[in-house]
Design a protein. Structure first.
Length: 469
C-alpha cells in the first residue's frame, strides 16, 4: 500500500464538521438574552463545566435563580468536539498527580473514581442517551522503549485501586491487532466512553428541568464588580446582574485580567471513519471496545463509536501566536493528512476505508496539565480552567468545588493542593511561542530517540512545567 496516496484518497469526501454535532438535529436550549435581569448566579459558558455547575448548585440551592449564557450553542466548544474519553483522573494521570501532590494522591485518586461512578449514575438516573460505556483503556507501546517502566507503573497503579495489567506483544494483539503494537497497559476500571455532544445536551435538559435558564447566542463582553453585585455585559441588548458569577470559558479568552497567563489554547485535530464492516472489525479485533492511546510523547487517541466508526485524533497540538482562538483554526488540512497517514500505518488492513468527518478544537492547557481554580471580587466571581484534554470527567469534580465555594464556610476541597494552588504561568509573547515550539521539537525528538529527554525537557521537568494536549 502507498500510505501517502491512500491517506489522500481517504480524505476526499471528509466533511468539515464535528461528527457528534452533525449526526442529527442540534437542539435549541434558549434564545439570546434580550433584557436586563437581576439573578442569584450567572454562569458564562454552556459546556460541561458550566452545565455541571448549574445542576449541582441548583440542586443545593433550589431557590436560586440561575442563568447560563453562551456565545454559541450548548456544547459547541470543547465539550462537543472532543474524543469522548471520560477518565477518572483529576490530575492528568497518576504519575503527574504523584509528582505534584504526593500527600494528596490517595484522596485524589479516590475522588476521581467516585466522580466517574457518580457521573455514570447521573446519566442512568436521568436517562441521558449518550452511548455511555465503561470499556476501560488500553495504552499502547509502539516502540520497545515505551515498555520500560510499565510493570513498575502498573504495580503502583494497583495500589491506588486501578485494575491494571501489562500486556506483551501477543497479549495486546489478542485485544486489538496492528503491526505496530509491541505491548501495552490495560486498565479496566478508570475510563469510559461517551458521545460528548449528547451528554452536553442531556445535561442542558436536566438543568432546564431543574429551573435553570439558558441563553444561547449571548456573547459576554465584560464582568465587573458593582459593589455588592457583579455586572455581566453582553454584545446583545441584554445584561445581567448577579450576586455570584462562575466563568466556565475553557480555552476562550478569560474575562478577568491576569488569568490568561495560566493557560494556552492549543488546537487538537480529529478524524472519523465511515462505519466498519463486520469483516473489517474482524481484521482488527477490538471486541473489548477499549479506549486506546499510544505511549509516545506526541500521542494518538482513538476509539470505536456506537455504530463502529473509528475516531482517530491527537498527536499534532497546534498553538497560535498570541494565544489566538478562531473558527478559522478548526480545520487544518496538513494535520488531517498526517493523521490519515498515521492511521493507515497503524491499521494497514483497513486500506480502502474513508473518513467522513474532519475537525479540530481548542484545549485549555496549563503548565501542570491539570485544572486550577481562582476567584475575584471578594469571592463573588469564581472560575476553573486548565483541564488539558481531560475535562469530560474532571469538569464534574470542578463543578463540585465551585458549588462548595458558593457558601462562605470552608470548602471540603480547599485542603487539596490541586484546588488551593495555581500552576506556573506561561511566559509572555514572544517567549511563549518560542517555548512551545522548543518543547514540541524536543518531544518529537525524544519519540524518535528512544525516549531520551534533552536538556530543555529535563529543565522543564525540574521546574514541574510542560506543554501538552
Amino acid at each position: 500500500m502507498d500510505v501517502e496516496r491512500e491517506a489522500i484518497r481517504s480524505l476526499v469526501a471528509a466533511r468539515d464538521g464535528v461528527y457528534w454535532l452533525a449526526e442529527g438535529v442540534v437542539p435549541v436550549f434558549g434564545s439570546p438574552l434580550s433584557d436586563h435581569q437581576d439573578v442569584d448566579l450567572v454562569i458564562v459558558g454552556a459546556g460541561f463545566l458550566g452545565l455541571w455547575s448549574a445542576i449541582l448548585i441548583k440542586e443545593r440551592f433550589p431557590e436560586w435563580e440561575i442563568v447560563v449564557v453562551d456565545g454559541g450553542r450548548v456544547g459547541f466548544g470543547a465539550s462537543g468536539r472532543n474524543g469522548g474519553f471520560v477518565d477518572a483522573s483529576l490530575t492528568h494521570g497518576l504519575e503527574n498527580g504523584l509528582g505534584r501532590w504526593p500527600e494528596d494522591i490517595e484522596e485524589l485518586e479516590r475522588l476521581g473514581g467516585d466522580n466517574l461512578t457518580a457521573l455514570a449514575e447521573f446519566i442512568e438516573r436521568h436517562s441521558i442517551d449518550c452511548d455511555f460505556e465503561r470499556s476501560g483503556s488500553l495504552d499502547i507501546a509502539t516502540e520497545r522503549w515505551q515498555l520500560d517502566g510499565l510493570e513498575e507503573y502498573a504495580e503502583t497503579a494497583r495500589r491506588y485501586g486501578h485494575d491494571a495489567g501489562v500486556l506483551d506483544r501477543n497479549g495486546v494483539q489478542e485485544l486489538v491487532r496492528s503491526p505496530l503494537y509491541q505491548g501495552g497497559l490495560w486498565t479496566t476500571n478508570r475510563t469510559a466512553l461517551v458521545n460528548p455532544a449528547r451528554l452536553a445536551w442531556g445535561l442542558a435538559r436536566v438543568a432546564i428541568e431543574l429551573g435553570v435558564t439558558i441563553h444561547e447566542g449571548t456573547v459576554v463582553t465584560s464582568v465587573h464588580d458593582v459593589g455588592g453585585m457583579v455586572e455581566v455585559d453582553t454584545a446583545q441588548s441584554g445584561s445581567l446582574r448577579a450576586a455570584k458569577v462562575i466563568l466556565a470559558t475553557n480555552a476562550f479568552p478569560p474575562l478577568l485580567s491576569g488569568v490568561a497567563s495560566f493557560i494556552v489554547p492549543v488546537y487538537d485535530y480529529v478524524l472519523m471513519t465511515e462505519p466498519l464492516s463486520s469483516s473489517q472489525l474482524e481484521e482488527i479485533g477490538w471486541r473489548g471496545r477499549q479506549g486506546l492511546s499510544d505511549l509516545g510523547n506526541l500521542f494518538h487517541y482513538y476509539r470505536l463509536t456506537s455504530d463502529n466508526r473509528i475516531l482517530w485524533g491527537g498527536y499534532d497540538a497546534i498553538y497560535h501566536y498570541g494565544s489566538r482562538v478562531s473558527t478559522a483554526y478548526r480545520l487544518r488540512s496538513k494535520t488531517h493528512l498526517m493523521l490519515a497517514r498515521h492511521f493507515f500505518e497503524t491499521f494497514p488492513m483497513l486500506e480502502g476505508i474513508r473518513f467522513t468527518h474532519a475537525w479540530g478544537g481548542a484545549i485549555d492547557t496549563s503548565t501542570r496539565f491539570s485544572m486550577f481554580f481562582g476567584s475575584r471580587y471578594q469571592g463573588k466571581v469564581h472560575y476553573a480552567l486548565g483541564f488539558t484534554g481531560l475535562g469530560v470527567g474532571a469538569t464534574r469534580f470542578a463543578a463540585q468545588v465551585l458549588c462548595a465555594r458558593m457558601e462562605p464556610k470552608m470548602s471540603p476541597f480547599d485542603h487539596l493542593g490541586l484546588v488551593r494552588t495555581k500552576p506556573m504561568p506561561f511566559p509572555p509573547e514572544p517567549l511563549r511561542s518560542l517555548a512551545v515550539a522548543a518543547t514540541r521539537r524536543s518531544l518529537m525528538r525524544a519519540d524518535t530517540h528512544g525516549g531520551h529527554r534533552n536538556l530543555w525537557l529535563r529543565t522543564l521537568d525540574r521546574l514541574g512545567v510542560g506543554f501538552d494536549s
